[in-house]
Design a protein around this ligand. Structure first.
Ligand code: ADP
Length: 169
């Protein structure tokens, strides 16, 4: 049987409930979901690639325990061109999340470029449920930096990880 493999790429610095919502929705659409954690040095992430991969893996265990995943899932770091990563993993679709209008311009450019690089790979955009639509990793880091409560927006171990950074600084 033909299996559809999808790649959900992102920086995940750190993974949030918005990402998790997109992941469980994507798992309804594909047979296997590969979460591609981008090295993304140009974004100067707060967490190392290894830490980000570990946080995503821990959250995936949690989602699987909650039976929120309908597909197989794998977490893989990458540091090359997204379309090459997609092809190497035999995927057919790229999953991206859309929040407000502000995401559109960047996502539109990225999807158009990827289509130009390989017209066989489609980008699918998903929206998170309304209570998670406004969440971004950068906003969470900002709230945490000033001691605000981020517990509704990230898993408990991501929260502990962020707290440990602020306690040590
Ligand atoms: P990137 O640096 O590739 O944008 P991010 O980790 O910030 O990586 O985001 C990965 C993807 O997840 C992007 O498509 C982004 O729009 C989407 N995303 C992040 N947070 C949300 C959210 N709250 N609702 C919907 N999509 C989201």
């Amino acid at each position: 049987m033909h299996r559809i493999i999808g790649v959900y790429p992102g920086t995940f610095d750190p993974i949030t409930c918005g990402h998790l919502d997109i992941i469980s929705r994507a798992s309804q659409v594909v047979d296997k979901l590969i979460i591609g954690v981008a090295h993304n040095a140009n974004k100067s992430p707060l967490f190392s690639l290894e830490e980000r991969v570990l946080m995503v893996k821990q959250d995936m265990e949690f989602l699987q325990k909650k039976s929120s995943m309908r597909s197989e899932v794998e977490v893989i770091p990458f540091n090359n061109l997204l379309i090459d990563f997609v092809i190497r993993n035999h995927a057919k679709v790229i999953i991206r999340g859309l929040r407000a209008v502000s995401d559109f311009e960047h996502e539109f450019q990225m999807a158009s470029m990827n289509l130009r690089l390989n017209s066989q790979i489609e980008t699918i955009f998903l929206m998170a449920t309304d209570k998670y639509q406004f969440i971004s990793s950068s906003m969470i880091k900002e709230v945490a930096r000033f001691g605000g409560d981020i517990s509704p927006f990230v898993s408990s171990h991501v929260m502990d990880k962020i707290k440990s950074i602020h306690q040590s600084t």
